[in-house]
Ligand binder design. Sequence first.
Ligand code: FES
Length: 142
Amino acid sequence: MALYSDKVMDHFRNPRNVGVIEDANGVGEVGNAKCGDIMKIYLKIEDDIIKDVKFETFGCGSAIASSSMATELIKGKPLSSALELTNKAVAEALDGLPAYKMHCSVLAEEAIKRAIADYYKRAGIPYDEAAFREFECCHDGE
Ligand code: FES
């Protein structure tokens, strides 16, 4: 079996939603201290709906594929469903990632959560900060 699924290769080679949203109202950036990869998510939120989402990822192929898939999964969706997106759901949507590449999908989940938290802060919307767990780097094989 190939190490990477066709979907991973497709989203790596033809990533969706790459770029910057100049008038984004939520931006989240995360990095993994171990591999040095960085992911930035831009959200344009209107009436609790993610009208647009873009990403910039300086990272490995799995991180790029995870960013691309994660943005596809939340585009046009309510904030509540974006908040429920887990890295496992992103990996499953990609038909799986190798175990030692699962942390790449964690970047996508965390970048989206940080972008939503940023939106809440900018908009002055109270939110449960504890619910936005911090990105934990450096977990081997997670
Ligand atoms: Fe670090 Fe993929 S190797 S995000």
